[in-house]
Design a binder for this molecule. Structure first.
Ligand code: HEC
Ligand code: HEC
Ligand code: HEC
Ligand code: HEC
Ligand code: HEC
Length: 361
């Protein structure tokens, strides 16, 4: 009797502790919401806010089949979680990265130990630090506060301007055999970088206190969220030939158009509303036995994905006449339907990246 009471108490005590911990924990990003509501809402809709295996069913489906899963060693944490490795990526995960350590297997984020310090980028502030203070003017008659009462900001970290800040998690990943299963090439020194394409300036204030016309989009356009925001970086066109016609696709991104090996890209073309043969672009990993799961892969069995800045030409046999109507659609499945079936993932629909209509002249 006494024992079970004690047990009951212990269980209740533990539950309270866990609840307290999770409230305290979720409070951190919630705090940012108070003064950065627009950015917070965008972040909530981005895949970064559900990168943890408990929040992302696709990631979870792969993780639960991984050999380390049985051992309970969540080896994906360094990129799929926050600094404490206990929840999805949050505001602090990015804004506390002081530098990136480059490694062969995968890179590593080095976080600042300064509790009040955040890093960011702002034009005109490139070599400054903003420490919260009050300034008085007109012999002390007027007072105004400068900076954020909640945190200090260091604007001098170049990686927040070049996009290198993304490369701790996005650069590359090798499996335990030393084979690179995914990578995101970067030419971050040029004008276009991860930030300029995936976090464009859009209307709405960055903070409620210092009102700005625009802010950097925190929904991180990509395959899960707002793919069409990136459609201007894909060019679709047609060329008339004597024995048919060609469709050209140009990838203006400095990385494979889709980087994750689960994805599959499809080109759908209709001529006068009649569908022509479907074309598939995919990267298949495997070994000497054929296609395999990423952790057993030693090579690419097939790779027809559009590479960084690559143009592809697809030829069709149909003849084009003046007045004909071509509808060209480039789209994708987040998970290759063949794999989705095996993983039991439903709701895996075809999504459009870009669709263009041409009337033949
Ligand atoms: C009490 C209000 C308040 C809270 C809470 C708050 N901030 Fe801020 N934050 C501000 C203000 C005001 C600024 C603008 C400072 C300036 O430029 O004068 C700012 C600026 C920033 C910037 C830099 C903006 C730029 O110009 O590049 C970042 C990054 C940032 N905050 C992140 C966060 C994060 C992450 C959290 C949660 C941990 C947070 N803030 C919580 C008020 C707040
Ligand atoms: C010139 C614009 C451009 C630049 C620069 C760029 N990207 Fe992309 N990115 C795209 C386009 C276009 C896509 C494909 C469309 C989509 O996923 O919605 C894409 C897709 C992605 C995806 C989703 C891929 C997948 O399979 O899930 C990630 C992740 C990504 N980019 C990260 C990055 C990182 C990190 C950098 C910096 C090294 C970067 N991008 C630089 C345009 C760009
Ligand atoms: C995946 C990384 C990442 C996450 C997650 C992230 N940020 Fe940012 N944030 C950045 C980068 C990079 C910049 C600098 C962009 C620039 O100015 O070029 C930035 C800029 C900002 C700015 C300045 C925006 C502007 O237009 O001046 C604020 C404020 C901010 N972040 C707040 C937040 C808050 C609040 C959260 C959580 C809700 C958050 N960030 C989550 C990477 C991130
Ligand atoms: C702490 C690691 C980490 C950092 C830092 C980080 N990312 Fe990510 N990012 C991820 C992970 C993990 C995913 C995939 C999450 C998932 O699907 O579960 C992701 C997904 C994305 C996607 C795909 C979005 C979609 O809708 O499919 C884009 C685009 C992206 N990140 C861009 C960026 C950019 C730009 C930066 C730098 C400003 C950045 N990330 C910084 C880990 C990170
Ligand atoms: C080096 C950083 C890193 C590590 C470690 C990592 N990932 Fe990822 N993962 C990413 C990034 C970045 C993305 C976003 C897509 C892309 O860039 O290909 C991603 C995306 C994914 C996706 C696609 C999710 C979706 O919603 O579409 C799956 C599945 C995934 N990772 C599985 C895993 C598993 C399982 C592990 C651990 C065994 C792992 N990852 C470890 C960086 C990493």
């Amino acid at each position: 009797m006494i024992i079970s009471n004690k047990k009951g108490f212990l269980v209740r005590y533990l539950i309270t502790l866990v609840m307290l911990y999770t409230t305290l924990f979720s409070l951190e990003s919630k705090v940012c919401q108070k003064c950065h509501p627009t950015i917070y809402n965008e972040y909530q809709n981005s895949i970064h806010s559900s990168s943890y295996y408990k929040d992302d069913k696709i990631h979870n489906a792969i993780w639960s089949r991984h050999p380390l899963h049985k051992k309970g060693k969540y080896s994906c944490a360094k990129c799929h979680t926050n600094e404490k490795q206990s929840a999805s990526i949050d505001c602090m995960t990015c804004h506390k990265i002081s530098s990136i350590q480059e490694n062969t297997v995968s890179n590593k984020n080095i976080y600042t130990k300064d509790k009040k310090l955040l890093y960011s980028a702002q034009k005109g502030m490139e070599d400054k630090k903003l420490i919260y203070h009050e300034e008085s003017s007109f012999f002390g008659l007027f007072k105004k506060s400068v900076g954020s009462p909640y945190h200090n900001i260091d604007y001098s970290n170049k990686a927040y301007y070049s996009g290198d800040i993304c490369m701790g998690c996005h650069s590359h990943k090798q499996n335990s055999i030393g084979f690179t299963i995914c990578k995101t090439d970067s030419n971050n020194s040029t004008k276009q970088n991860c930030i300029s394409c995936h976090m464009p300036s859009i209307s709405g204030s960055a903070t409620t206190i210092r009102v700005t016309k625009t802010h950097k989009y925190h929904g991180f356009a990509g395959v899960h969220n707002k793919p069409k925001m990136l459609s201007k970086y894909i060019e679709l066109n047609y060329i008339k030939r004597d024995n048919g016609f060609d469709i050209t696709i140009k990838n203006l991104a400095p990385h494979d158009l889709l980087t994750q090996p689960l994805r599959v890209l499809k080109l759908k073309v209709t001529l006068n509303k009649k569908p022509l043969p479907l074309v598939t672009f995919v990267k298949v990993l495997g070994n000497s036995d054929g296609a395999s799961v990423p952790w057993l892969a030693t090579k690419e069995i097939k790779n027809s994905m559009l590479k960084a800045n690559e143009s592809k030409i697809i030829s069709y046999k149909s003849m084009l006449k003046q007045g004909d109507e071509l509808q060209v659609t480039l789209g994708y499945y987040i998970v290759n339907p063949k794999i989705a079936k095996k993983l039991g993932i439903k709701d895996n629909i075809f999504r459009e990246l870009k669709s263009q209509y041409f009337q033949i002249k």
